[in-house]
Design a binder for this molecule. Structure first.
Ligand SMILES: Nc1nc2c(ncn2[C@@H]2O[C@H](COP(=O)(O)OP(=O)(O)OP(=O)(O)O)[C@@H](O)[C@H]2O)c(=O)[nH]1
Length: 291
């Protein structure tokens, strides 16, 4: 699939435009840009220290050279995490978790479509049975993506049983991937985590779980991360999906979120359309971020 361009509005533009030589202003502007783009103060400091050190050691004076170093530093840091989706099992079961409103449903639709473009046979399980509207919204997306859906037989059916039926259908119908939607909000966090562990337990009776993807909204930055803490602690998350990176100007969140959670970003959403999801490539991302 073609890499789309990231519309961060080139956050480092002010740092380098019209600047040929590195001055103290360059460093100040760079610090402001890093913080503004949500790299987080610690990572911003580390990047600045590393760059100052390189600039001193190699006696670099050219701002263009500094820009190249910045790109490489960011790429090298992004690449410390492996973004490869593990979808070798037949079927590969993928649980999608995250709080409501982050773009979970949209992401599942886009992900199903993305897999279709690689000729994968996909079934989606609507195991967020709490709200009928959620199931209908998901069904609209699966129809758009041209993939099958397993719905609850009645509203409020045990999510674990829908998940189980989805895996059963995937195995019997020779599907490549089963994507299971899960609830994002229950009365209590404990209840939600219990529900998720039950889904996991029941699915694992039939199949190993290939990936547990946590969906995070990039525009909510550190706040969104705090909200998702329980999933990171209890849901066995294997990778992150960042949504709404388009126009968020918060591209640095990708790096800070990986460093904070120790989890790789595996997919990124950059728009509301069905084609607006891609895999994550550190080289491309660093290039688009720094320009
Ligand atoms: N700009 C942009 N909007 C997105 C992206 N992903 C999702 N959205 C929008 O975010 C809103 C919420 O998306 P949903 O998929 O409904 O979110 P959800 O997490 O399933 O939320 P619930 O349906 O409440 O559980 C919708 O308006 C989507 O169009 C993205 O990558 N970019």
């Amino acid at each position: 699939m073609a890499e789309r361009s990231w519309s961060f509005g080139n956050i480092f533009k002010n740092v380098f435009s019209g600047t040929e030589e590195i001055t103290e202003d360059t460093w100040d502007d760079l610090e402001t840009a890093l913080i503004g783009a949500d790299f987080g103060p610690d990572t911003a400091d580390e990047i600045l220290d590393e760059l100052r050190d390189l600039v001193n050691r190699h006696r670099v004076t050219d701002a263009k050279e500094l820009r190249r170093m910045l790109r490489e530093t960011i790429e090298e840091r992004l690449a410390r995490f492996d973004p490869t989706l593990r979808l070798q099992d037949r079927p590969s079961v993928v649980l999608v978790v995250g709080v409501n409103g982050v773009g979970k449903t949209t992401t599942i639709g886009k992900f199903a479509k993305y897999l279709r473009t690689f000729d994968r046979k996909v079934v989606v399980g609507a195991a967020d049975t709490f709200r009928a509207a959620a199931v209908e919204q998901l069904a609209t997306w699966t129809e758009r993506a041209g993939v099958d859906i397993v719905r609850p037989q009645q509203q409020g059916q045990d999510p674990a049983s829908v998940a189980y039926q989805t895996v059963e259908r995937a195995q019997e119908g020779a599907y490549d991937v089963a994507i299971i939607d899960t609830a994002g909000r229950l009365q209590t966090k404990g209840g939600l985590m219990d529900e998720l562990s039950k889904v996991r337990r029941v699915v694992e009776k039939r199949s190993p779980i290939a990936e547990v993807l946590l969906v995070l909204d990039a525009t909510t930055g550190q706040n969104g991360l705090a909200q998702a803490e329980a999933f990171i602690e209890h849901a066995g998350v294997t990778g992150l999906v960042l949504t709404k990176l388009d126009g968020s100007a918060k591209g640095g969140f990708v790096l800070s979120v990986q460093q904070k959670t120790g989890l790789p970003v595996k997919l990124v959403g950059q728009g509301e359309g069905i084609g607006d999801l891609t895999g994550f490539t550190p080289h491309v991302f660093a290039q688009q971020l720094v320009g």
